[in-house]
Design a protein around this ligand. Structure first.
Ligand code: KIV
Length: 290
């Protein structure tokens, strides 16, 4: 845990959100895209790894934040693990605003990064309007999917002092075009284009880049070629940090779990058991009979 401050600023005050404890170094007024970027580069240089998780609501954000996580992502994985859609492509900006507000109320120390959902950042102007909406709800910054083609959007956001987390490799918002979750970086062409994309998002001002299911060797090479940290998911341990969907980590979405996830606990089973017990107690029946 690096004690990041959170850029709350005017938008956060306007949203009626409480000020959280912030480090001596970063205050509401001085936290900027540049400072966040400088801080993340420093962490990378120091060799410390970044531990990031998703959260989608107040209690999980508060628990994850109080446990000392370095970054909280309000991921559009919200679509699957909270809203019950088959993928992220039905998530709307209103969904993200609603859940970002809840997470921001729970997280006092870690930066809260909100995903820009599909179709809300096709141009730099659209990206700016969408990002301002989630920042007004309490986000520190935003994540968006794509490489070289997203450089103008990233530049516009960073110029407006909105920190950007890039997302390369497997892009969940493209799942329908791609027909599934496919590992990236197997062909020479993919290797070249991922290197190009990584350099482009760094040059455009992203403070870090998520690498999703990229071959471990390539993820390591990209990590070594960049000054900004990479945060891997299913991309091996050569990245500068790791991110997971909270529900996968704690076994709260038992119907599907990616192969690369090691769950640290299985919360679905005790939750079901507590509900069965409650039903049986209320009805005066045997919980095992249900
Ligand atoms: O939406 C999400 O949760 C993500 C992470 C898994 C990186 O994009």
């Amino acid at each position: 845990m690096y004690g990041f401050g959170r850029k709350i600023g005017e938008q956060r005050k306007q949203a009626g959100l409480p000020r959280g404890p912030i480090s001596a170094k970063f205050t509401d007024d001085n936290m900027s895209a540049n400072l966040l970027s400088t801080q993340f580069r420093k962490i990378k240089k120091s060799g410390q790894k970044i531990a990031a998780l998703t959260a989608y609501d107040y209690p999980t954000a508060r628990l994850v934040d109080e446990a000392g996580i370095d970054l909280i992502l309000v991921g559009d994985s919200l679509g699957m693990v909270v809203l019950g859609y088959p993928d992220t492509t039905s998530v709307t900006l209103d969904d993200m605003i609603r859940h970002t507000g809840a997470v921001a109320r729970g997280a006092k120390a870690a930066p809260v990064i909100a995903d820009l959902p599909i179709g809300t950042y096709s141009t730099p102007g659209e990206a700016l309007a969408s990002a301002r909406a989630v920042v007004a709800a309490g986000a520190t910054g935003v994540k968006l999917e794509g490489g070289t083609e997203m450089a103008p959007q990233i530049r516009a956001l960073v110029e407006a002092d909105i920190p950007v987390l890039a997302h390369l490799g497997m892009l969940p918002q493209k799942i329908r075009e791609e027909g599934g979750y496919k590992i990236k970086g197997r062909s020479p062409e993919e290797i070249r284009s991922l290197h190009r994309d990584a350099a482009a998002v760094q040059d455009a001002g992203a403070f870090a880049a998520v690498l999703e299911i990229v071959t471990p060797g390539l993820a390591k090479d990209i990590s070594q070629s960049l000054e900004i940290p990479t945060i891997g998911i299913g991309s091996g341990d050569g990245c500068d940090g790791q991110i997971l969907v909270l529900h996968d980590l704690v076994g709260l979405y038992p119907w599907f779990r990616p192969k690369f996830v090691t769950a640290r606990t299985e919360l679905a089973a005790p939750l079901s058991a507590a509900v069965r017990e409650y039903i049986a107690d209320t009805k005066g029946t045997d919980p095992e009979s249900r």
